[in-house]
Design a protein around this ligand. Sequence first.
Ligand code: ZN
Length: 165
Amino acid sequence: MTSQTVSDNHVIQIHYSLHLGDSEVIDSSREREPLVYLHGASNIVPGLERQITDKAVGEKFSAVVPAAEGYGETDGATPQPVDRNNFPEGVELDAGMAFQAEGPDGEDLTLWIHEVQDDQVFVATHHPLAGKDLHFDIEVIGIRAATEDEVAHGHPHGPDGDQVH
Ligand code: ZN
């Protein structure tokens, strides 16, 4: 039996936790289901994808991802408040979510949510973790070959590949 390692066109399950260098965890999958993603399809930040490559199920490791290979550099703009009414109803808004908007000259603009305060949503054109070096603790939970559909769609169809969308 050959042991499987992480490579392109495989659906990977990982547990992760994230801190910014001070060990204070700001995000973790540990209390949830593992994160499921399609390797080689830019589902996760490039520096993390690169460092998971060739790892095996059960491996635990730390990965430091510089900002340039994470969420990019910050453009320095202060997040601006937008009325909650401008966002779709019934969608839970959270820091790190992205929305497409129209810029002043009609151009497409990606706006990232930085903070939600009551009926005010603070957005900016950079990700809230832009400019930050990301410190991940990773455990590889599962590896399986992706289906043709998953490869064509560029995302996994759930842990077992049966959640078609
Ligand atoms: Zn799909």
